[in-house]
Design a protein around this ligand. Structure first.
Ligand SMILES: NC(=O)c1ccc[n+]([C@@H]2O[C@H](COP(=O)([O-])OP(=O)(O)OC[C@H]3O[C@@H](n4cnc5c(N)ncnc54)[C@H](O)[C@@H]3O)[C@@H](O)[C@H]2O)c1
Length: 257
């Protein structure tokens, strides 16, 4: 696609992260302007992106998606800088210090906290941005889910590694797929749409034996690079998908087949 997002203003949360950085670059590469939003302590990469791509194309903003006042501050900053917001990409990945424990070791408090921060944060950011979208008469939300929002974990691929698939993640990501449908259906008739993306695993220096076990379930590549997911994001942010609503787009090299 070329200039698929010409003139569009897109807010990406988790902009300093593995996928977030690439998503911000993809928005600008397609002619859009991006609000690169992440925690106050994670502003270095969004600011470097602004320095590289230009102040008229990238606005770094501090946001905590679990704090309504902070989200409203991001809405205000985006509108002040760019005049409106066309889309929100819920891409942050909040987790507490005890994230990643085995099923038997997850406490009720950890479960509730992690589901609350992540699924709750996606709900809250959507709710606050939807107030602007309703005033504008248009808006678009893309929520990041995962293959583990769609299928049960394949625990065998993690054997012998320090990696795990936390129970909270399955609850969060399947919940986000349904949150997406809820938002799309609830806002019918007012120019607002909402879809989700379920990526497969993203390459990040994982152990070779894990990568081989993972790849055995894929069709060609196995684990993906962030750029392999950004095409799906650009499509869902663009007018080419104007009447795609409430859908979950799985981008996983056929891993869930
Ligand atoms: N990496 C993968 O293999 C993979 C696969 C499928 C889906 N996903 C999903 O894609 C999204 C991005 O994943 P990633 O791997 O790039 O994550 P990441 O950990 O690299 O980056 C996440 C970013 O979110 C930010 N963040 C954390 N808590 C926040 C909060 N309360 N408010 C605002 N920002 C906050 C962090 O500072 C960080 O920059 C997540 O929803 C994740 O579940 C990732």
């Amino acid at each position: 696609m070329k200039d698929a997002l010409q003139g569009k203003v897109v807010v990406v949360t988790g902009a300093a992260g593995r996928l977030g950085q690439v998503f911000c670059e993809a928005v600008v590469a397609e002619g859009g302007r991006v609000v690169a939003a992440d925690l106050p302590a994670a502003q270095e990469r969004p600011m470097a992106l602004r320095d590289r791509l230009g102040i008229d194309r990238v606005l770094p903003v501090a946001i905590d998606i679990t704090d309504p006042g902070s989200i409203d501050g991001c809405v205000d900053a985006a509108v002040k800088a760019f005049g409106r917001v066309d889309a929100l990409v819920n891409n942050a990945y909040p987790r507490n210090a005890r994230w990643g424990r085995r099923f038997e070791e997850v406490t009720y408090a950890d479960f509730v906290e992690n589901v609350g921060m992540h699924a709750g944060g996606y709900f809250l950011a959507s709710q606050r941005f939807l107030e602007l979208f309703k005033r504008q008469g248009h808006g678009n939300i893309v929520n990041m889910s995962s293959i583990y929002g769609v299928v049960a974990p394949r625990f065998g691929i993690y054997e012998g590694t320090a990696m795990s698939m936390p129970v909270e993640y399955a609850v969060i990501k399947s919940g986000i797929v349904q949150l997406t449908r809820y938002i799309a259906s609830y806002h019918r008739g007012i120019g607002i749409r909402c879809n989700s993306i379920s990526p497969g695993g993203i390459l990040a220096g994982q152990p070779a034996d894990f990568l081989a076990r993972y790849k055995a379930h894929g069709t060609n590549k196995g684990m993906l690079d962030p750029q392999d997911v950004s095409g799906a994001l650009v499509f869902l942010l663009s007018d080419a998908s104007a009447y795609v609503n409430g859908q979950n787009l799985v981008v996983d090299d056929g891993w869930t087949l």
